[in-house]
Design a protein. Structure first.
Length: 79
């Protein structure tokens, strides 16, 4: 994995941690986010694990970190 992908992944994982904290404080049904990496090592999908319903996987391939959060919030019905 190259430095650019590694840096992007670090930022995306930081954003996921912050989003999880916001979801917990807001009482949203999320227990954790699980990033899935592609063959190049970049984050291509995120699985939302929930307390009261099944998991949901959102494709975030090639998304910038903030775009990734937007996709997760909208497609995961977190807002």
């Amino acid at each position: 994995m190259n430095k650019e992908i590694e840096g992007d992944n670090d930022l995306k994982e930081y954003c996921l941690d912050m989003l999880l904290g916001m979801c917990v404080k807001a009482g949203v049904d999320v227990s954790r986010f699980e990033p899935k990496k592609g063959p190049d090592g970049d984050i291509v999908a995120v699985t939302i694990q929930r307390y009261f319903s099944g998991p949901q996987t959102i494709c975030v391939e090639s998304d910038a970190p903030i775009t990734m959060l937007k996709e997760i919030i909208i497609k995961g019905h977190l807002g």
